[in-house]
Design a protein around this ligand. Sequence first.
Ligand SMILES: Cc1cc2nc3c(=O)[nH]c(=O)nc-3n(C[C@H](O)[C@H](O)[C@H](O)COP(=O)(O)OP(=O)(O)OC[C@H]3O[C@@H](n4cnc5c(N)ncnc54)[C@H](O)[C@@H]3O)c2cc1C
Ligand SMILES: NC(=O)c1ccc[n+]([C@@H]2O[C@H](COP(=O)([O-])OP(=O)(O)OC[C@H]3O[C@@H](n4cnc5c(N)ncnc54)[C@H](O)[C@@H]3O)[C@@H](O)[C@H]2O)c1
Length: 434
Amino acid sequence: MKSSYDIVVIGAGSAGVALSRTAAARGLSVLTVERAQVGGTCVNRGCVPKKLMWTVADAVSAARGLAGTGVLTQPPQVEMARLCALRAEKIESLRDIYERRLDGCGAELRRGEARVIEPGVVEVEGQRVEAAHIVLATGGHPVLPDIPGAELADVSHDVLQWTALPASILVVGGGYIGCELAAIHAALGAQVTVVTDTDRVLTEFSAPAAKTGQTNMEAQGIDVRTGLKPVRIEAATGGYRVTLTDGAVLTVEKVVMAVGRKPTLDLLGEMKEGATLGKNDALAVNDRFETSIPGLYAIGDCADRLPLTPVAVSDGECMGKQLAGEDAQPIDLAHVATSAFVIPPVAEVGFPPKRETIAEDSVSPLSAAVRDPAPQDYWAVAGAEGRVEAVSLVGDGAHEAIGWAAQCVLSRPPRDGMSRALAVHPSMSEEPMG
Ligand SMILES: Cc1cc2nc3c(=O)[nH]c(=O)nc-3n(C[C@H](O)[C@H](O)[C@H](O)COP(=O)(O)OP(=O)(O)OC[C@H]3O[C@@H](n4cnc5c(N)ncnc54)[C@H](O)[C@@H]3O)c2cc1C
Ligand SMILES: NC(=O)c1ccc[n+]([C@@H]2O[C@H](COP(=O)([O-])OP(=O)(O)OC[C@H]3O[C@@H](n4cnc5c(N)ncnc54)[C@H](O)[C@@H]3O)[C@@H](O)[C@H]2O)c1
C-alpha cells in the first residue's frame, strides 16, 4: 500500500467495486479497502442468496397450487441441505469473480478496517493514506428495535445462512426484507407470521399493488398482523415467546427482525457531526456524489439515493467517469425499476404513489384455472396529462416485465400511444399495454 492515491474507496460492495473498476480503467490510482467479503451485501447476504431461495420458493408455491387442484399428485418437498449447499457454492463463485475483477482492473485491494481521520486522510489498520478523493461505499446494516430481548432475533444475513427450515417464524417488519423472507419461508413450508407497525405491508409501493401483494401473502398462509410491534422477546422451550403491543403472545422457533437498515457511517467518528444527512440518516450528496465535507464522497446505500444494487453500480460507474473528467450524470431515480420478491412479485417504476393513476385493474391470471391457491394480479399505469410515467405490476414475471416498463417510461408515451406495440397473448403484459 502506498501513502497516497487519487482515490481511496472504502467498501468493496456493488458501489465500491463499480467505482474502483471504472476509475482504475481510466488510469486513476485507486486503493479499495474492504473489512469483510468482496461483493458486499448483494453477493454475500442480500440479493443473490435471497433470489436463489426465492427461485425455489416460487416453484414450490406453483407446484402446491397445482397439487391443490389435483393436477399434480403431490406437492414436492424441499431438500434444504442441498439447496443451502448450492447457494453457498454460487456465492463463493460470484465472490471469486468480483475479486478477480478488482484484481484485474488495476485497483489495489487492501483488506482491513478503514477510518476517515480528517478530510483527505484515511487510516487502514494503523497505516495513514492520503487521497484527493475519499469515497464512502460502506453500505448499510440492519437495525434492531429498542425492546428487551431484541438481540435474540435473527436478521436477514443470519436467515440467509440458515441450513434448516424452522417450523415457525415471526417476521417483524413488513418492508421489502420482511415480506420477501416471509414469502420465501412460507412457500418452503414454515408457518410464518408477519407483524408490522404500518396499516399494510410494502409501504414503499402504491397501495393497490401492496395490498394485492399482501392478499397473495395471506393466501399463501402467512398470518399478516398490521399496526402492531413487539414489546418483548424471551427465550422459551424450543424457541422464543414474543409479546405484541395488543397483548398477544406468540411462541415461535425463530424471530426475524426486518425493521429497516441504516447507512454504515461509524468510520467517520466525530466528522459525522459535520456531515449533512438526508433520508434515513444517509449522507446527502450532489450530482457529483460530493458530501458536505470537502473531499469526501458517498455512493451506494450510505448515500441518500435509493438503496438498490443497480443504483449502487450505476452511481459507482458514473462517479468513476466524472473523476476521470468525462461528462456523466447520475441516473434519474424515476427510471429505476424495483421489485419485492414476494410470490408473485410486486414491481414498480416511476414512483406510482406520487402520480395520478391513468388506468388500473385487478385480474385473475389464466393460471388460476389450474391452481388453488392461485395468486391475484394487478397492474396500473400512472403519470400526468395522459403520459405514462409510472407502472405497477403484480403477477408472475412482474420483476422481468418491469425492466422493459422502465424503458417505456423513459419516453413518457401517451397512454393511447402504447397500443402501437403489442404484447404476447396470453400474457400479463397485454392489458397494461392497452
Ligand atoms: C436481504 C437483502 C436483500 C436485498 N435484495 C435486493 C434485491 O433483490 N435487489 C436490489 O436491487 N437490492 C437488494 N438489496 C439491497 C442491496 O443489497 C444494496 O442496495 C447493495 O448491496 C448496496 O451496495 P453497497 O455497495 O452500497 O453496499 P454493500 O454491498 O453493503 O458494501 C459495503 C461494503 O463496505 C464494507 N465496509 C463498511 N465499513 C467499512 C470500513 N470501515 N472499512 C472497510 N470496509 C468497510 C462492508 O464490509 C461491505 O462489504 C437487498 C439487501 C438486503 C439486505
Ligand atoms: N428486492 C429488493 O430490491 C430489495 C430487497 C430487500 C431490501 N431492499 C432495500 O433495502 C431497504 C431496506 O429494507 P427493509 O425491509 O430492511 O426496510 P424497510 O424500511 O423497507 O422496512 C421496514 C419495515 O419495518 C417496519 N417497522 C419498523 N419498526 C418496527 C417495529 N418495531 N415493529 C414492527 N414493524 C416495524 C417499518 O414500518 C417498515 O415497514 C429497502 O428500502 C430496499 O431499498 C431491496
